[in-house]
Design a binder for this molecule. Structure first.
Ligand code: FAD
Length: 476
């Protein structure tokens, strides 16, 4: 414990970022406190990854068990599959509560002091905590900010939390509207369209940009649209935005062309799910007391060591991690950033390697990726003067996928033609979120497809889709 301070480390925000940092800090021998103003576990545990994956697990089973044709090909007949919406909602709520309890206990067990209240930086190595009973100041050698993010609601959209809502309310699955509009076709919009369509709701998906799933590699998005959208009860508006959304019964949505702003149509639906991204929760953190200005999108500026920057210079003893930094707004990225921040606090020089952090959408089937899209790789290639090559393999040629009767899927491997270095991997197909990790490790180690093509995969496994793509890349 550093002399003259209450703590070695104080963390503001007990989401997965703060939690990951706290666990690692204790492992490194730092006396640590964590400040949380609302729910322990933050977005991921209470309103994000955890409840949404519980809903996807339950609704995915309903979809599978109601797919008579698929079951028949496996020799199974099931009639009259029923589900109980409230019981599915309870599964999500109970799981969130359990993981919240586990996370809190893990901190207590390790001796991390949990301080409930609003944390604010009040000067170098100083934090104030405001609770119902007043304010106290604590000192720490280092401070990590991990305040997270909240849903972005575009201008013109009025959220009442009942008929027009964001994922904060959506994860509670309080009712199943006959017809629901989902604004946004990013991973949250896609995951909830998977849940609602499996449970029998009619969906209208509204995407302001020119393509559905704009964040995904084009080949993956194209096939995903063919499997996840077209055959389901989902109508789409692309290049169109929701200019006004008025809650009620019905919910009224005024649609306009995103480019020309001309009115296009008015929808009257039962509910509207707003999945238009997330914004940092960086207000009232006291950053002005240490002369830190947020960037133009209100993220906290940081370098790859996770040190907070002021005018491009490192602010000593102040670090920021997680969604509030806007680098990669994912749970495991937040926690990885937390570990890197603690490593640097302990004097070990570590940087976050965003290239090797995977991402996934837990639709049925799933989408996953790591590294660059083909477009990003082409941009880098043009700037640096090398050529990009691409190899693909298909789930319909994979024995395990055939055995499961789940053959919709593709793997795309993007690499440098000259050195074979793996630049990006994109998978759409059964268990894509589990298969991606060997590609993630390969990118972390900057491996080449020449080496990867000679690794041996167990047969028959879904991971052979990657093996096949690597082999196609090098022609073995
Ligand atoms: P948060 O989890 O937002 O935690 C920040 C915490 O800080 C909050 O508890 C907040 O109350 C507290 N806080 C803020 N300011 C203060 C203050 N001044 N004083 C005290 N406390 C404060 N990511 C994945 O990787 N996989 C997924 O499958 C996935 N699914 C998702 C599904 C949905 C519907 C949503 C919304 C998100 C999903 N995410 C997923 C994203 C993931 O939830 C976030 O990336 C992650 O929660 C970010 O963690 P964080 O620690 O940065 O912030």
């Amino acid at each position: 414990m550093t002399q003259g301070f209450d703590y070695d480390l104080v963390i503001i925000g007990a989401g997965v970022g703060g939690h990951g940092a706290a666990l690692h800090a204790v492992g490194c021998g730092l006396k640590t406190a964590i400040i949380e103003a609302a729910d322990m576990g933050g977005t991921c545990v209470n309103r994000g990854c955890v409840p949404s994956k519980a809903l996807l697990a339950a609704s995915g089973r309903v979809r599978e068990l109601r797919n008579a044709h698929h079951l028949q090909t496996l020799g199974i007949q099931i009639q009259n599959v029923q589900f109980d919406r409230q019981a599915i909602a309870n599964h999500a709520n109970n799981l969130a509560a359990k993981i919240q309890g586990d996370l809190t206990n893990s901190l207590k067990r390790l001796g991390v002091d949990i301080i409930r209240g609003w944390g604010k930086v009040t000067g170098t190595q100083k934090v104030s905590v405001t609770t119902d009973s007043g304010e106290k100041t604590i000192t720490a050698k280092d401070i990590i900010l991990s305040p997270g993010s909240v849903p972005f609601v575009p201008p013109g959209v009025e959220v009442d939390g009942k008929t027009v809502f964001t994922s904060d309310q959506g994860v509670k699955l309080e009712w199943l509207p006959n017809w629901i509009a989902i604004i946004g076709s990013g991973y949250i919009g896609l995951e909830f369209s998977d849940v609602y369509s499996a449970l029998g709701c009619e969906i209208t998906m509204i995407e302001a940009l020119d393509q559905l799933m704009p964040g995904f590699d084009r080949d993956i998005a194209k096939l995903a649209e063919r499997v996840l959208i077209t055959p389901r009860d989902i109508e789409t508006y692309v290049g169109i935005y929701a200019k006004r959304v008025i809650p009620g019964s019905p919910v009224v949505i005024e649609l306009a062309n995103f480019k020309t702003k001309e009115d296009v149509a008015v929808l009257e639906v039962d509910a509207c799910f707003v999945a238009t991204g997330r914004i940092p929760a960086t207000k009232n953190l006291g950053l002005e007391s240490v002369s830190v200005e947020l960037d133009r999108r209100n993220f906290i500026p940081v370098n790859d060591h996770m040190a907070v920057l002021s005018g491009g210079e490192v602010v000593p003893h102040l670090w920021a991690i997680g969604d509030a930094t806007g680098k990669m707004m994912l749970a495991h990225a937040a926690s990885a950033q937390g570990i890197v921040a603690v490593e640097n606090i302990c004097g070990r020089n570590k940087e976050v390697d965003y290239q090797s952090i995977p991402a996934a959408a837990f639709t049925h089937p799933e989408i996953s990726y790591v590294g660059m899209t083909e477009t990003q790789a082409q941009e880098k290639a043009t700037a640096e003067g090398f050529e990009v090559a691409v190899a693909k393999s298909y789930f319909k040629g994979n024995s395990k996928a055939l055995a499961e009767g789940e053959v919709d899927g593709i793997t795309k491997v993007i690499y440098r033609k000259d050195t074979g270095e793996l630049l990006g991997v994109h998978i759409f197909g059964l268990h894509a979120s589990d298969i991606i990790h060997e590609a993630s490790a390969a990118i972390a180690n900057r491996e080449s497809v020449h080496k990867l093509a000679h690794l041996v995969h167990a047969h028959p496994t879904l991971s052979e889709v990657l093996d096949e793509a690597y082999k196609r890349a090098v022609g073995v």
